[in-house]
Each structure stands twice: as structure tokens, then as C-alpha cells.
Design a protein around this ligand. Sequence first.
Ligand code: ACO
Length: 380
Amino acid sequence: MTSTPAFVPGLAGIPAVESSISFIDGQVGILEYRGIPIEVLAEHSTFEETAYLLLYGSLPNEAELNRFRGRLSARRKLPDRLIETLRLLPGAGHPMLALQVGISILGMHSQRVNLKDRESMENAAIKIIGSLPSLVAAFERARKGLDFVQPKDGMDTAEAFLWMMSGEEPASVAVRALDAALILHAEHTMNASTFTARVVASSESDPYSVCAAAVGSLKGPLHGGANERVLDQLEAIGEAENVRPWVEERLSHKGKVMGFGHRVYKTKDPRSKVLQKLGNQVFEKLGGTPMYELALELEKVMEEKVGAKGICPNVDFFSGLLYQKLEIATDLFTPIFAIARCSGYMAHWMEQMPNNRIFRPTQVYQGAREARYVPMSERK
Ligand code: ACO
């Protein structure tokens, strides 16, 4: 008789892959990409350099970085037909759905990727990472009835994205803050969307399908979608004096407070600490936001009520406040997350393929066996 392994809901604590891309110590609050602490990268690196680090496994030298930046920049120009197709999408639909569609169309405009050829895979990864900011900006412009703003050569991802969204040169403090936010969101071990990416990759599907599927998983409010919900939540709370009764009411029926809690971190998420610092720098330059005071009060009350259970602010808690200050629409917060995380998805895709085995877990079957097929005439 074969023994069935115990069922673990959410596969909590079950290793799904062997990876050398990122590392988390959730008890202490450590996150490293290829061994480099996230705080160091957020302060000294750029999104381009970080994406290179994730894809290639080590920091680039100057020539390698410049070539990589040039290749990403060249990929920001979208085919006209793709932009036209994005214009046909319902403007009221969620931009994450538009992004999934956009990535799939990008795949339809692309050559077949040879999964046995590292260069062919690199080209596809760079195309996807380079195109995502343009896809998000193109949909944003289209739903406002505006023309697509062509990316300028020489602009890196954060600057190019803000430029393509508004058609105006962004403030350097905004560019730096967004760049650091992209670094912080680029990779995070075996979360739901990265796992999705690896599962899709394992069937030897194409990287566009890998990325589109992962974006679908990231959209959920328990994952990347929490960042938009945090702002909705703060708006619903309204005033600092409402925080305590709001939290008590929510916790009394086991409701989730968005922007708090994490499967792995049992202390404050290190990314949220860096984002809070970044937010402060931006608020100093561009003016504060009353929402931030509200967020601090919410953090204080949550710490008091559930801090001892390890339910602390996660990456989504402060990111929305920062993006709001950069005048980005709330439903674009998760697409920005996707722009960054796509570099992680592609690194995992490239790591998965050389030693690939298709994912095929088992299940604990709990249904009927050898049941009788009841003819229609006998059914009630
Ligand atoms: N608010 C209130 N209670 C919470 C929260 C929260 N945000 N998160 C967890 N808890 C409680 C649960 O009610 C549960 O309590 P119990 O033991 O008394 O039943 C306990 O903590 C464990 O919670 P689970 O949901 O089982 O933990 P899990 O590891 O499965 O979920 C998750 C982690 C999904 C992130 C959860 O904390 C959550 O839903 N948070 C809110 C959504 C959010 O902010 N998501 C973004 C996460 S970061 C990211 O994905 C980028």
C-alpha cells in the first residue's frame, strides 16, 4: 500500500524548487538578491542593474550594464498594432487584465523562443522586461483617450515609465523613488506568482505565457493586489480617531487588514522599512499626505493588537502612499509591482529550464468512488 504524504494547505513550508536567486530570513527580516541585502541595492543600485543581477547571477561591469540598459530601452517601443489592440480594450477593465492581454499580444508579435538556447531566452526575457512599462503606460493613455507617448532613448525604466504616463519630464526625486521601489519589488523567492511562473515554465510553455499567468496571480488581493486595497482601506477609515474601532471591528470577525501579515516574515518586512524611508524623502520634497499619518496610526494599533502574532506591515503597506504622491492612479499600483517583478519571473524561468521537470504534485482525494451514473429520468 502506498502512503499519501500529509496535505499542507497553501504548501506552507514545502520547498517547491532549488534556487539561488533570492533569500529570505523571515524571523529576522532579511531579504537578499543573489546574496546582496535589499537595503544595499535600494540605496546604491538601479532597477536595470538589479534586473541584470537577477537574470545573470552577478553584478554587471560598466560596459555590460550599458549594453543591457540599451537593450531594455530599445524594447520599450511597442509595435503599432499592439498599441492599437490595447486601445480596443474596455477602459473600465482592470489594468492588470489589460497587462495580461498586452503580454500575450507581445508574444504573438514575437519569434518562437528556443528553450535550449540561452541567447534566445535572454532576448525574450529582455523584450518582456523592457516592454512592460510601455504596456502599462499605453493602456493608461488609451483609457484616457490619449495618444501613446513614445519612450525617449537614454531613459531608464522608472523615468521612462513616468514620462510615458504623463508626457512630462518627471522630477528627479520621483524617478529615484520609483526606481528604488522597483528594486524592492523585483524578486521574492517562491511567492504565489513566482510559483505560478515556474509551474507554467515547467510545461515548456513560452515566456509570454509564463509572465501573463504570473501577472494573473499577482493581481489577487492576498498578493500584489493588496497595495491598492491599502489605500481604499485608509480612505474608508478616514480619520485617525476611527483607526482603533475600525481595527477592532475588523479583527473581531477575523477580517484581514490589507498591507499586514506575510507567510514568511514574522517581523516588519524589510522592504516596507525601506519604502517608508523613501516615502518620507518624497513627502519632504513634494509635500506630505494626511494618509501617511493615518497609516502610522494603523501600524501602531495593529502592532498593539496582533504584533505579537507576527502580523506586521508588509511591502504593500507603504508603496501605495508613495505611488499616490507620484500622482499614479490606484489601480496602477499592482501593474507597477508587475513591471518590477517580471525581472524575477524571468530569472526563475531561466533557472527552471536547464534542469526542468514538469510540476505534477499529487492530491488527497476526498470524493466518492465507483459512484453510480444516475439516468436523467431518475434525477430529482
Ligand atoms: N490582518 C488580520 N489578521 C491576519 C492578517 C491580516 N492582514 N494576516 C494574517 N492574519 C491572521 C489570520 O487571521 C490567522 O489568524 P488565526 O491563526 O487566528 O486564524 C493568522 O494570522 C494566519 O493567517 P493566514 O492567512 O493563515 O496566513 P497566510 O500565511 O496563509 O497568509 C497573507 C499570508 C495572505 C499575506 C495574509 O497575511 C493576508 O491575507 N494579509 C493581507 C493581504 C496582504 O497584505 N497581502 C500582501 C502580502 S505581501 C505580497 O504578497 C506582496
